[in-house]
Design a protein around this ligand. Structure first.
Ligand code: ATP
Length: 239
């Protein structure tokens, strides 16, 4: 297994003084996908917000490639190779699909590189190619999610933080999104932290699975092993 790209140690975070996450520690090796699963209110979104700096941590440390991230403003994360796609997606409705994708490359100096990256997104997410000139407001839920992920990928992050990409989407679209993540890991060594209530779609592409319950890690194991665990299957997969 390769060296950890993301290292989280004793992370405690919450809203105001009351912690929601309690001393969470885990590592994600470079070029792997970690699925964070758990029931409603377990703290998955809170964890992702703390990782992306949108929620300040109460204590603990987060490093990416050895660089401490705590205190780095969210808008500067991209310079450290980190992209965050929040739940609710964050597409700019007034801009076209093409403009939204190009925004992902705004911080890059090379416009040619951005143009290449945008073209790649149209190859990966074909429905977006047909909607280049549509505004964000005109897109379906699935198209918006693909656009939000596409925009994050145009920045060419080494670490992608994704919150519930399957929420409310048709299974066909979810399969497409999961296939893109798996391919990017396999072809480009992308590292992904994937928060999903839908363990059915996350576990098959994940390497590692972390189960959160009431803000604590209760299980951290290989995704394949967790998918076979009978207690987990009963609680989260329903069979
Ligand atoms: P879900 O799948 O429902 O989003 P989750 O595992 O992502 O669940 P969180 O959204 O992280 O869970 O919520 C964890 C806890 O933090 C819950 O008890 C929730 O009520 C609380 N919480 C979430 N957002 C806020 C907020 N903005 N202010 C105060 N408490 C919050």
């Amino acid at each position: 297994m390769s060296a950890p790209l993301l290292r989280v140690e004793n992370l405690t975070a919450g809203y105001g003084p009351v912690p929601v996450l309690h001393e969470v520690s885990f590592e994600v090796p470079a070029g792997t996908i970690a699925a964070i699963v758990g029931s409603n209110g377990a703290g998955k979104t809170t964890l992702l917000r703390a990782l992306s700096g949108t929620l300040p941590a109460i204590q603990g440390s987060i490093t990416v490639g050895g660089t401490p991230l705590l205190g780095v403003p969210t808008e500067n994360l991209v310079r450290h190779g980190v992209a965050h796609v929040p739940e609710g997606r964050g597409v700019i409705g007034e801009l076209t699909v093409d403009e939204n994708l190009r925004l992902g490359g705004l911080w890059r100096k090379d416009r040619a590189g951005t143009t290449r990256a945008v073209a790649e997104m149209y190859e990966m997410f074909e429905p977006l190619a047909r909607r280049r000139t549509s505004s964000g407001n005109q897109l379906s839920g699935g198209e918006r999610q693909m656009l939000a992920i596409g925009r994050a990928l145009v920045a060419r992050p080494s670490l992608l933080l994704l919150d519930e990409p399957s929420l409310g989407l048709a299974p066909r679209i979810v399969d497409r999104i999961m296939a893109v993540l798996r391919d990017l890991r396999d072809r480009s060594g992308l590292t992904v932290v994937l928060v999903e209530q839908n363990a059915h779609s996350a576990l098959p592409i994940a390497d590692q699975a972390i189960v959160l319950s009431l803000g604590r890690i209760t299980v951290a194991t290989s995704a394949a092993e967790l998918a076979l665990d009978s207690d987990f299957r009963t609680a989260y997969l329903g069979f």
